[in-house]
Design a protein around this ligand. Structure first.
Ligand code: NAD
Length: 471
């Protein structure tokens, strides 16, 4: 068991002797590590340190920022195995996938900012005006547990690239990689205080962060409910906000599509990280006359996802990240049955031989009423709803018929047709015929899925204020 009894404040590891939080291994439920349940006093110190450091870091040159970001990138790549294993244990994602995604993606995104930063126009000329982009100030970053380092990097790297300073409040459920990042940053040339980590509970340190007047922006990823709390708090003194929240994304299969490919692509996407992905395609919309075939194909695709310990080579589907999350997902599976959806596979019992830890059976519901709770609310687990539709207009109405709008997919033999349908989806990104994820493209949500965008230049611009000089 790992004992982390320090917080990272003002460039120093500050000893912590207060309450600790247990971090559990998802596959066994055993305590994997203990981390500080920091208090408001430490959060205050970290914000003060970030505020002092802003005076120097906001004046840094692009070369100085590139140097630091390059040092971080190098170590993220060098320590990829350690990062992947820590996240695989705390979150439950199969190790091989965690190496590619949980460790590989943060290193890749950091690299993409090294390319973008020297090209970014921090000043522009518009007629007789010079437009300047200035760092917002101290940024509070609050992150969830499902892609713990990825979500941290998407905030910290563009914030530092913009010249902002950061106080990070990582998820209490999967915090290990945030401490690894603090170790990495500690060894760089970043001035003391420009990056701080205060772990703890949302209601305590998170609350202190979002209400502090010296915090000029809050960048948050997590549940829609917490996002709303942050939005209210930010309104008090007009803090900038970026909110990345939940989703209930639709995968729309048009009548001419290759049904097998579409179902396979949707199931794989839906079950990634055991369904704990904000962009998961959790609603599969199929023409009514192909519904039964789609259910059979989905069952077949789910059957190939061998559940097991994420550290084992053969595992394709790991456990959920916490007991709370497992119980929440099981409640939803029971609810789906109660609401009258057809249970195609899975169900509310633990998979055989995996009664320990936080395992849930991958579950597919057929003939789902698009207005039922199982089809409207974010489950955040390995649960797919198959919904039949009668015509394209109805398919779009169902696809756009939730409060969310984070991601989506369209499948058709006719690419132009698929693009036209994608263009009518009220969502921040759409995968057309299985198009590849692009880390340079903007990412974010419509409606209750969020405000603001991450990745690429859009992610950087979130951390910049705009000023114009009339010359
Ligand atoms: P959560 O909202 O419970 O917690 C997220 C973070 O907010 C944690 O660090 C938590 O401690 C903190 N927090 C909680 N209450 C707070 C408060 N009152 N004040 C300040 N901070 C507070 O979310 P979670 O359960 O960790 O993550 C799952 C959710 O995140 C899902 O709904 C998922 O869709 C969403 N998510 C969204 C994206 C995206 O990019 N859109 C990505 C991943 C996850």
């Amino acid at each position: 068991m790992k004992q982390i009894d320090k917080l990272y404040i003002n460039g120093e590891w500050v000893s912590w002797s207060g309450d600790m939080i247990d971090v559990h291994e998802a596959a066994t439920g055993e305590v994997l590590a203990k981390i500080p349940a920091g208090s408001r006093a430490e959060m205050e110190q970290a914000i003060e340190a970030a505020d002092r450091a802003f005076a120097t870091w906001s004046e840094s040159t692009v070369d100085q920022r590139l140097n630091v970001i390059g040092q971080i990138q190098e170590q993220l790549a060098a320590r990829a195995d350690e990062i992947a294993e820590a996240i695989s244990r705390e979150v439950g994602m199969p190790l091989k996938l965690a190496t590619q995604i949980q460790a590989g993606l943060p290193a890749g995104i950091t690299k993409s900012y090294m390319k973008l930063l020297p090209e970014f126009p921090f000043t522009e000329t518009v007629g007789n005006s010079e437009v300047q982009y200035a760092p917002v100030g101290v940024v509070g970053c609050i992150t969830p547990w499902n892609y713990p380092l990825h979500q941290v990097i998407l905030k910290v790297i563009p914030a530092l690239a913009a010249g902002c300073t950061v106080v990070l409040k990582p998820s209490e459920i999967a915090p290990l990689s945030a401490f690894l990042l603090a170790e990495i940053i500690d060894a760089t040339d970043l001035p003391a205080g420009a990056f701080n980590v205060v772990s703890g509970y949302g209601q305590e340190v998170g609350d202190a962060l979002i209400h502090h007047p010296k915090v000029k922006m809050v960048s948050f990823t997590g549940s829609t409910r917490t996002g709303q709390t942050i939005f209210h708090a930010a309104a008090e003194d007009f803090k900038r906000i970026a909110l990345e929240m939940g989703g209930k994304s639709a995968s729309v299969v048009l009548p001419d599509a290759d049904l097998k490919g579409a179902v396979k692509g949707t199931v794989n996407n839906c079950l990634l990280n055991s369904g704990q992905t904000c962009t998961a395609l959790t609603r599969l919309l199929v023409p009514r006359d192909r519904h039964d075939e789609a259910c059979e194909l989905a069952k077949e695709a789910v059957g190939k996802m061998t559940p097991g310990n994420p550290l084992e080579e053969t595992t394709r589907l790991g456990p959920l990240a916490s007991a709370v999350q497992r119980d929440r997902v099981l409640e939803y599976i029971r609810l789906g049955i109660e609401e009258g959806a057809d249970l195609i596979c899975g169900g509310p019992e633990a998979p055989e031989g995996l009664e320990q830890g936080y395992f849930v059976k991958a579950t597919v519901f057929g003939n789902v009423d698009p207005n039922s709770r199982i089809a409207q609310e974010e489950v955040f687990g390995p649960v797919l709803c198959i919904i039949p539709y009668d015509d394209e207009a109805q398919a779009l109405e169902i696809a756009n018929g939730t409060l969310y709008g984070l991601s989506g997919a369209v499948w058709s033999a006719d690419q132009a047709k698929a693009k036209a349908v994608a263009g009518r989806m009220r969502t921040g990104q759409v995968f057309v015929n299985g198009g590849a994820f692009n880390p340079m493209a903007p990412f974010g949500g419509f409606g209750h899925s969020g405000i603001g965008r991450e990745f690429g230049k859009w992610g950087l611009e979130e951390f910049l204020e705009v000023r114009s000089l009339q010359l």
